[in-house]
Design a protein around this ligand. Structure first.
Ligand code: SF4
Ligand code: SF4
Length: 111
């Protein structure tokens, strides 16, 4: 979460299931998502722990939604997190970002 909009939001980390390929997991040699933060889904997919709970919230998220948050694995976050609302760091949301924010009573990002 590189900018002010996301650092004071975090809604998408507590709105959707986050599934990704095991290739994004840390290995002995390569950095990646710590396996203990995930649950296995299939032979090739894992899910970020907490994102399928009710209410959902990724275990890697610290802080209070809509106030001040931090992804504790930001540099190693998986593909779906890297790809989500790519212009939000510039203050430009999209449909998915708007939906996540709405679920937490937050307005769409202003352009
Ligand atoms: S919902 Fe949008 S503004 Fe909020 S953290 Fe996610 S990408 Fe950033
Ligand atoms: S890994 Fe980080 S960016 Fe991805 S859902 Fe969890 S807290 Fe959010």
């Amino acid at each position: 979460m590189p900018d002010f909009a996301c650092l004071s939001c975090g809604a998408c980390c507590a709105a959707f299931r986050v599934d990704f390929h095991r290739a994004d997991l840390a290995t002995g040699e390569l950095p990646g998502v710590p396996a203990e933060l995930t649950v296995p889904l299939t032979a090739t997919l894992v899910r970020l722990r907490g994102t399928d709970e009710a209410p959902p919230r990724c275990v890697a998220l610290e802080g209070e939604i809509g106030k001040k948050v931090r992804c504790t694995i930001y540099q190693q976050r998986p593909g779906p997190c890297r790809d989500f609302a790519p212009y939000a760091p510039l203050g430009i949301g999209d449909d998915a970002c708007d939906r996540a924010r709405r679920r937490h009573g937050l307005p769409p990002l202003a352009l």
